[in-house]
Write a protein that binds this ligand. Structure first.
Ligand SMILES: [Zn+2]
Length: 351
């Protein structure tokens, strides 16, 4: 019968080597540097193999260089794997939530279906590894690097991906950033956006990644989020560019949403027709003075917006009314140009 495995709280003693300030590793009296390393790895393997399924093991393995260890389906919540180097190790379906993996390296490791919620993977490096179907909700990947790393089906909602190098990721999609989970707030779709400027840069990286991989619809989502984050940053820093940014979002969804151009065009026509109606601006060119109905004003607004100008209705001759009609007449071609540009971006350029 094997001895019950220690928990992190039991082994938080200091390394016994004189002058060493590191904590001792799990199942050892010393830190990695002062342990007989190959013997230690054998002990670790034996302990891992003999552990019961579902048993909570909070391991302290700081700086350990482990090869070919199977951590699959273990409860490793809140373990410390800081600066570890794992090669050919398995973490399939492991519970790694809340683990400290700062600066850890994973080479040829399988983390399929692992729970990495709120794990700290700052400056972690992955190569030839798989995070497929892993739960990375609210985990930290600040300045993390990925080389040939599979993210198929990985759940990345609310992750912190600031300055992460995404180029080597495989199978990243927009849907990775959305939760289908009931317990997660749907408004948390996307990455962690607490720092608008960092989130803006991260969305830009994601956009470039998705565009490079031919995922234009998904890239359009990232582009929209990028500019929304930029606008939030303008708002926080009281930058006047907030207003043109807000206008471009309302008019065209940052040229990513063609239907918004149509809706905002109709809104402009309706808005002007209300002004014309209440100020009684539209009058027949024949000189008749009977009151014009709202529909007459709506018609006049449409004809002005589209710059058709049949001439059956004209603005009253006071300069301010003419200027008002000119403003609407100018907005028509502007919106038409914006619509064509938006469509071109969405369909022609992307194709
Ligand atoms: Zn030591």
């Amino acid at each position: 019968m094997s001895k019950p495995l220690e928990r992190l709280s039991d082994i938080s003693s200091q390394c016994r080597q004189a002058g060493c300030t590191e904590h001792a590793l799990s199942y050892s009296a010393n830190c990695w540097q002062h342990s007989p390393q190959s013997e230690y790895l054998q002990t670790l393997k034996a302990k891992i193999t003999s552990s019961k399924k579902g048993e909570a093991l909070a391991l302290h393995l700081k700086r350990v260089e482990a090869t070919d260890i199977d951590f699959s389906h273990l409860d490793l919540k809140n373990s410390c794997f800081s600066q570890c180097r794992f090669s050919d190790c398995l973490f399939v379906g492991s519970d790694l939530s809340g683990t400290d993996m700062i600066g850890a390296r994973f080479h040829n490791c399988d983390l399929v279906g692992a729970n990495l919620r709120q794990a700290n993977l700052t400056r972690a490096a992955f190569s030839d590894s798989s995070l497929a179907y892993a739960d990375l909700h609210e985990s930290y990947f600040i300045e993390a690097h990925f080389k040939q790393t599979d993210f198929m089906g990985a759940r990345l909602a609310s992750t912190v991906l600031w300055n992460a190098d995404l180029a080597g990721i495989k199978h990243l999609r927009k849907k990775n950033f959305f939760e289908s989970d009931q317990e997660v707030d749907p408004s948390q779709a996307g990455i962690n956006e607490s720092n608008a400027l960092q989130a803006c840069e991260t969305y830009r990286n994601i956009k470039h990644y998705l565009h490079r991989n031919g995922l234009y619809e998904d890239a359009s989502w990232a582009a929209y989020r990028e500019l929304t984050m930029e606008r939030r940053h303008f708002f926080k820093t009281k930058d006047f560019r907030y207003f043109p940014s807000l206008l471009m979002d309302l008019l065209s969804g940052y040229t990513e949403k063609p239907h918004r151009v149509i809706i905002s065009s109709l809104a402009i026509v309706f808005f002007f027709s209300l002004i014309y109606y209440f100020l009684k601006i539209a009058v027949p060119s024949s000189g008749a003075t009977q009151a014009q109905t709202f529909w007459d004003n709506l018609y006049f607004s449409f004809i002005t917006f589209t710059t058709v100008g049949y001439g059956d209705l004209i603005p009253r001759s006071e300069p301010v009314f003419r200027i008002l009609a000119c403003v609407e007449a100018f907005s028509g071609p502007f919106m038409a140009g914006l619509y064509i540009f938006t469509l071109t971006r969405r369909y022609a350029v992307n194709g």
